[in-house]
Design a protein around this ligand. Structure first.
Ligand SMILES: Cc1cc2nc3c(=O)[nH]c(=O)nc-3n(C[C@H](O)[C@H](O)[C@H](O)COP(=O)(O)OP(=O)(O)OC[C@H]3O[C@@H](n4cnc5c(N)ncnc54)[C@H](O)[C@@H]3O)c2cc1C
Length: 492
């Protein structure tokens, strides 16, 4: 029997006195920090994976760790599911309250608590927006490196929970490389300090477990992050190609030459056609692909690295390679790249934003196979992605009003994930598993691997009340309960 765990359903509602819980939550949270009317809850029924929806029963907006702990204790006592939520920009349904219950929003916990410029460390509340941290530390010559394309909206709590990546993670590493400690409210309401302000702490690496646990280990209420000194200089280049294959080969050739750009992003033809009319950065609409390449570091050496990149791109028949002439042009190029998902709205009413990862040397094969899969289903797919680390984002365009097209888009997305696994990659490079990809986990992991992961989760979240139904394949509807844990009365 394949590994499956049963997802909690909403039957808990039958044994809970709704009015009493509302009153208790109101007492804990104070005035204006609890939403429970149907119309207010509508906003919280989905994250950026808008095809999956489920409404929570309450949205709690705590302001402190103590309030989070009180809400969690109430949920634990009453057997009510609860789901941590940052900005809701997740693309895997990770903060969707599938079984209802309390959505614990960190929107009010957005303070920058401390900046220690000498030790290059900041302490933040989880609801702080990613970009705000770098903006706030710019005067000290510091910044926070992981920069998801959603950084204008997504929160550091969500970033830690999903181990978010971003364009500059090619050189600097993903979120886990920049987190030193967290305060975690465990699913029984205990407050734990994990890690701290130093680079390492003795004992098991619990911090490593919590980062990327997708809200299934508890609620993160404080985060200690590393800050980096702003680079002395930054060079941003745009290389335009008539053939996608040439752009893909250029990516591998740059890395093979021993150059490590800060970012190496690819936009394909459809993406160019979506973003250019909006961003006006001079991307030729008839080009097949563009590479956005950024170098940073000491002034010495940057010119020669840029010249080498120009040479490599020319050797792969780049039509044009140009440098951003000033900070304004650089910002515009990044705006174009980071607005791509939204810009697809110009091309189709529905976009299925995908996330998969393949070995860098397989990008070319993967792109060809993605195009073939899309063709087979009579759909268009636009690609914009972190090419330098093989993290693909094939975005399937469809007519949102047409159920058959939507069905085909989902079928195509499944085939694309299968393909990522076949070429030696994985089903997520950064967006996480959430509920979107949970049924793909057995394709990637052996049963024993999943059992072990599930056991780890049970240590943190033994009753399964915290973000139920995420990450693990879902047996709901099949009547199959997790081998060992259902007997103990645990919901997964
Ligand atoms: C336009 C766009 C571009 C994107 N680009 C990138 C990208 O480049 N790289 C990337 O990695 N992702 C990207 N994403 C996906 C998304 O922005 C990230 O996954 C981000 O980290 C989610 O942060 P959030 O605050 O919105 O979290 P949410 O969506 O609210 O939650 C995400 C997950 O984190 C959990 N969670 C949130 N806060 C907490 C907390 N305090 N404690 C415990 N668990 C918590 C939730 O339960 C959920 O499982 C993009 C999304 C969009 C819409």
């Amino acid at each position: 029997m394949p590994f499956q765990v049963e997802s909690m359903d909403s039957s808990w509602r039958q044994r809970v006195d709704r009015g009493r819980i509302t009153a208790e939550l109101q007492t804990i949270l104070g005035k204006g920090a609890l939403l429970h009317h149907e119309v207010d809850l509508l906003v919280y029924e989905a994250d950026a994976l808008v095809t999956e929806k489920s409404r929570p029963d309450w949205v709690a907006l705590p302001a402190t760790t103590a309030e989070v702990a009180e809400v969690v204790k109430l949920c634990d006592r009453e057997g009510i599911p609860f789901v941590p939520r940052g900005a809701g920009t997740g693309l895997s349904g990770g903060c969707m309250a599938e079984a209802g219950g309390v959505l614990l929003s960190t929107a009010r916990m957005d303070a920058l608590l401390d900046v220690d410029a000498v030790n290059r460390v900041a302490v933040v509340q989880p609801g702080l927006v990613n970009l705000w941290l770098s903006r706030a530390t710019t005067p000290q010559g510091l910044y926070y490196a992981p920069d998801p394309a959603s950084q204008q909206a997504c929160t550091l709590g969500g970033n830690v929970a999903t181990n978010a990546g971003g364009p500059h993670c090619l050189k600097y590493g993903v979120t886990t490389n920049h987190v030193l400690g967290v305060v975690l409210v465990t699913p029984d309401g205990q407050v734990m300090q994990i890690g701290g302000r130093t680079l390492d702490s003795p004992g098991y690496d619990l911090l490593g477990l919590v980062v990327g646990s997708e809200g299934t280990f508890g609620v993160i209420t404080e985060i200690v992050v590393r800050l980096l000194p702003a680079p002395e200089t930054v060079r941003t280049m745009l290389a335009v190609f008539d053939h996608l294959d040439d752009a893909s080969r250029t990516v591998s050739a740059i890395i093979a030459a021993g150059i490590l750009p800060a970012a190496l992003e690819m936009l394909d033809r459809l993406t160019i056609q979506a973003v250019e009319p909006y961003a006006n950065v001079g991307l030729p609409l008839d080009a097949d692909a563009a590479l956005l390449i950024e170098l940073d570091g000491p002034l010495a050496g940057i010119d020669s690295a840029a010249a080498r990149i120009r040479g490599i791109a020319a050797a792969h028949d780049a039509r044009e390679v140009r440098d951003a002439k000033d900070e304004a042009e650089r910002a515009l190029l990044w705006k174009a790249r980071k607005s791509a998902f939204g810009a697809y709205g110009r091309l189709a009413s529905g976009t299925h934003v995908m996330d998969g990862v393949v070995p860098r040397t397989k990008i070319l094969e993967a792109l060809r196979r993605i195009a073939a899969i899309a063709d087979k289903h009579g759909l268009r797919v636009a690609n914009v992605f972190h090419a330098g680390d093989g993290n693909l984002h094939p975005n399937i365009l469809f007519d949102a009003e047409n159920p058959d097209e939507h069905r085909r888009a989902l079928a195509a997305s499944h085939e694309i994930l299968e393909m990522c696994i076949e070429v030696g990659g994985a089903i997520s490079g950064e967006h996480g598993v959430g509920l979107e990809k949970r049924d793909f986990m057995p394709r990637l992991f052996a049963e024993a691997d999943l059992e072990l992961m599930n056991r780890v989760r049970m240590v943190f979240n033994p009753r399964g009340l915290c973000n139920p139904g995420k990450v693990f394949p879902n047996g709901r509807g099949c009547g199959e309960i997790s081998h060992h844990f259902a007997a103990e009365g645990a919901w997964i």
